[in-house]
Design a protein around this ligand. Structure first.
Ligand code: SF4
Length: 429
C-alpha cells in the first residue's frame, strides 16, 4: 500500500504526553439539546420530547428551523412555575402529553424524554417517568430518557447521552460464540454512511452503524463486537458498549485522507483483511480525495489557526488542517480531553502544540487577540464580536452539521476552512 504523504513530517509521539492548559471559567457553548437536530434526522422513527422551559423550546425550534407545515419529530413539554409550585402533577401531565402524541403519531417507535437544565426539570426523575411510560406503551413504542442539559460540558454530549441510553436495549447475539462483527458508532450523514459501507464491503467486511436509521434495526452487541468511533465525543457510549463486552478499535477519526485511511485500516487490521485487498478497496477514492485537496492546500498553507473549544472535534480537525493542509496551529482548545480516545490523534499533532482543555472565555479571547491568527474556529456567540475586531472566523457548529467524514468529503471539509479566508480577501479587495 502506498502511504499518504503528509506535507508535514511524521512525528513519532507528537503531543502524546501533552500537559494541556486546563481552564475552568466561563464557557460559551450550546447545550446538549442541539444534538436533537442531527439525531432526529438520523433515526427516522424516533421522537425527541424535550422536557424543559420556553427557552429550550425556542432553542430547539429556531436551531432546527423546521417549516411550520412539516410534522417535526421533536417537541417540548414545557414545565413552568405552575408545576414548580406544585399546582399540577407533572408526571400526570407528562403521561397525558405522551398519550396524545403517540395517538396522533403512530409512526413513532422510539420516544426519548430529553431532560434539560431549568430547576423545574432537574427535580423531575425522568428515568422513572420513562420506565412508567414504557410499561404503558411498550412493545409498540420504546421510551428512553437522557439529559441534554446545558450543565454538561458541551453540546455534542447530547448525542453521547442519547446513544448511551440506547445501549442497554441493544439485543445480544443468540448464538453462543458468534463471529466477530464490526460496528461503527456515532451519527453520520446517510451519504457518508453509504460510502463507508461501500469501502468496507469492497474489503469483504459487513458493518452495522449505530445509531441505525430505524429503531427496529438496532445492531446486536456482545463480546464479538469490535467498534470504531466515527465521532470523538462518545466517551459514555464507548464505556457502556465496553461494559457489554464490545471492544474498541483505537484509530484516528475519519477526517481527511489520512484520518479516513487510518480509520479504515484499523477495521481492516482487526478483521485480517489482506493489504492488497485493502489497497484496492480504497485506492480510487483516496486518489480522488488527495487531488481534490491540492487547491485548498495552496490557499491554506502557512495560515495560522486558533480553535476555541466547542464540539470536541477540535483535535482531529487540527491534525487534518496541519498535516494535510499545512496550516499552523496556534491553540487547539477542546471542551474535554479524552486521552485514550484521542491518543492516535495526539500522536499526529506537532510536538509543542498549545492544547487547552475547558474554557475561561475572557482569558482565551485575550490570548487569541494577542496571537492575531488568520482564522479562528469558534462558537456562534464569539464569532460576531471577533469579526467586529477584524478576525476571520468559522462557526464550529457548521463542522458538526456538515457531512465531513470520509474521502469524498475531504475537500468539502477543507473548503470550510478556506472559504472564510476567501471571503475576507474579497471584502478587502
Ligand atoms: S437545556 Fe438549559 S441551556 Fe439548553 S436551552 Fe434549555 S435552559 Fe437553555
Amino acid at each position: 500500500m502506498s502511504p499518504v504523504i503528509p506535507i508535514r513530517p511524521e512525528s513519532t509521539s507528537g503531543c502524546t504526553d501533552v500537559v494541556p492548559l486546563v481552564e475552568r471559567g466561563q464557557r460559551e457553548v450550546f447545550c446538549g439539546l442541539t444534538g436533537i437536530i442531527w439525531l432526529h434526522r438520523k433515526i427516522q422513527d424516533a421522537f425527541f420530547l424535550v422536557v424543559g422551559s420556553r427557552t429550550c423550546a425556542h432553542l430547539i425550534q429556531s436551531a432546527a428551523g423546521v417549516m411550520i407545515f412539516a410534522e417535526p419529530r421533536f417537541g417540548t413539554a414545557i414545565i413552568d412555575e405552575r408545576d414548580l409550585a406544585g399546582l399540577a402533577d407533572v408526571h400526570t401531565e407528562l403521561d397525558r402529553v405522551v398519550q396524545q402524541l403517540l395517538a396522533r403519531r403512530p409512526d413513532i417507535r422510539l420516544l426519548f424524554l430529553v431532560g434539560s437544565c431549568p430547576s423545574e426539570v432537574i427535580k423531575l426523575d425522568l428515568s422513572r417517568a420513562a420506565e412508567r411510560l414504557n410499561r404503558i406503551h411498550h412493545p409498540s413504542v420504546r421510551v428512553l430518557n437522557y439529559s441534554g442539559s446545558g450543565i454538561e460540558t458541551t453540546f455534542t454530549q447530547g448525542e453521547d447521552a442519547c446513544l448511551a441510553a440506547m445501549v442497554p436495549g441493544l439485543p445480544a447475539p443468540s448464538a453462543a460464540d458468534p463471529p466477530p462483527a464490526l460496528m461503527v458508532v456515532g451519527t453520520l450523514a446517510d451519504v457518508v454512511e453509504d460510502q463507508l459501507r461501500e469501502l468496507l464491503s469492497r474489503m469483504g467486511l459487513t458493518v452495522d452503524f449505530f445509531p441505525p436509521r430505524r429503531s427496529q434495526e438496532m445492531p446486536m452487541v456482545g463480546a464479538h463486537t469490535r467498534f470504531l468511533l466515527a465521532q470523538p465525543f462518545l466517551a459514555d457510549t464507548a464505556r457502556v458498549l465496553q461494559s457489554r463486552g464490545a471492544r474498541h478499535l483505537p484509530a484516528p477519526y475519519p477526517l481527511g485522507v489520512e484520518g479516513t485511511t487510518a480509520w479504515l485500516q484499523a477495521a481492516a487490521t482487526a478483521f485480517a483483511v489482506a493489504p492488497e485487498a485493502f489497497e484496492s478497496a480504497i485506492r480510487s477514492a483516496r486518489q480522488r480525495a488527495e487531488k481534490a485537496l491540492a487547491a485548498h492546500r495552496e490557499r491554506l498553507k502557512g495560515q495560522r489557526i486558533f480553535f476555541f473549544p466547542d464540539s470536541q472535534l477540535e483535535i482531529p480537525l487540527a491534525r487534518f488542517v496541519h498535516r494535510e493542509l499545512g496550516m499552523d496551529l496556534i491553540e487547539v482548545g477542546t471542551p474535554y480531553l479524552h486521552r485514550q480516545h484521542m491518543a492516535p490523534e495526539l500522536a499526529w499533532l506537532p510536538a509543542g502544540t498549545r492544547i487547552s482543555e475547558g474554557q475561561d472565555v475572557d482569558r482565551q479571547l485575550d490570548r487569541c487577540l494577542a496571537d492575531a491568527p488568520d482564522l479562528v474556529v469558534c462558537g456562534l456567540g464569539l464569532a460576531n464580536p471577533l469579526e467586529a475586531r477584524g478576525v476571520t472566523t468559522k462557526w464550529a457548529i457548521e463542522l458538526v452539521f456538515t457531512p465531513i467524514q470520509g474521502y469524498e468529503q475531504a475537500a468539502d471539509l477543507a473548503g470550510l476552512f478556506s472559504r472564510p479566508l476567501q471571503r475576507r480577501e474579497k471584502l478587502a479587495a
